[in-house]
Design a protein around this ligand. Sequence first.
Ligand SMILES: NC(=O)c1ccc[n+]([C@@H]2O[C@H](COP(=O)([O-])OP(=O)(O)OC[C@H]3O[C@@H](n4cnc5c(N)ncnc54)[C@H](OP(=O)(O)O)[C@@H]3O)[C@@H](O)[C@H]2O)c1
Length: 258
Amino acid sequence: MHIGFIGTGNIAAATVRGLCTATPAPERVLISPRNAEKAAALAAEFAQVEVAADNQAVVDGSEWVVIAVRPPQVEPVVSPLRFRPDQAVISLAAAVSLATLQKLVAPASRIVRAVPQPSVARHFGPIALFPADAEAVALFERIGSAVPVGDEHQFDALCTITAIAASQYAFLGKVADWLVGKGVERRSAARFTAAIAQSVAADADKAEDHGFPALIKEVSTPGGMNEQILRMLTEAGSFEPIDGALDAILARYERPAS
Ligand SMILES: NC(=O)c1ccc[n+]([C@@H]2O[C@H](COP(=O)([O-])OP(=O)(O)OC[C@H]3O[C@@H](n4cnc5c(N)ncnc54)[C@H](OP(=O)(O)O)[C@@H]3O)[C@@H](O)[C@H]2O)c1
């Protein structure tokens, strides 16, 4: 596979690192010269990575072209490029619709939107995909958990929940601060809290088959302490703002990029 990246920023670098250390790795990865420092580092790190002369050279030398510039840059960067009908295009740009991409990359018509997380560099993390192109799904499965969906609204909804990380950390930070308030040394408090979060996360994939209520039941002895904390937080309305906050982020995804 010959894969090329237009835009060598944070997520492109993470995806290239993930792919080049996966099995099988692409035979050739062409990257655009911007950002020069990141492009040079990737070329030095992996034998199959080559820095192209410009964006058109990336397109010309690739079977799969990945668009990895920021959303407002997509139109000005991609519209001057000439694509071939036989090429497949993957756009990582949030909030740039399939309809917009179709106009920009014609006559190429095989287009996939994908949103990986930087952890794909280490072969884990979610990757939302639309449409469910089998080859693109297999490509991203090498570097994380690819979740293809059947329409763009669902895709935007999946992208929306990638924004929960900061509030998850805030919750964990509050718990760690409470430990510190009880006299636990800050480093131990952070380590113990992180380990709790990791053990919860490690079991969360059971929800795929059984649902989150089953996981809550599994950890909540009737009359026990998990049940008590959940009840107190629920009664305090702690979970009520979640739907509204996610709706607000989804609205940002569904507004055209500017
Ligand atoms: N970061 C994430 O976790 C993440 C996750 C999923 C999807 N995405 C999406 O991925 C895209 C890139 O995000 P990012 O975080 O990687 O941003 P970023 O680090 O700013 O990368 C964007 C890159 O595009 C380069 N660029 C700007 N103009 C260019 C041009 N004319 N030709 C070629 N390259 C050009 C920039 O180069 P300079 O540095 O020289 O300006 C920069 O290296 C965005 O659309 C974002 O929505 C990001």
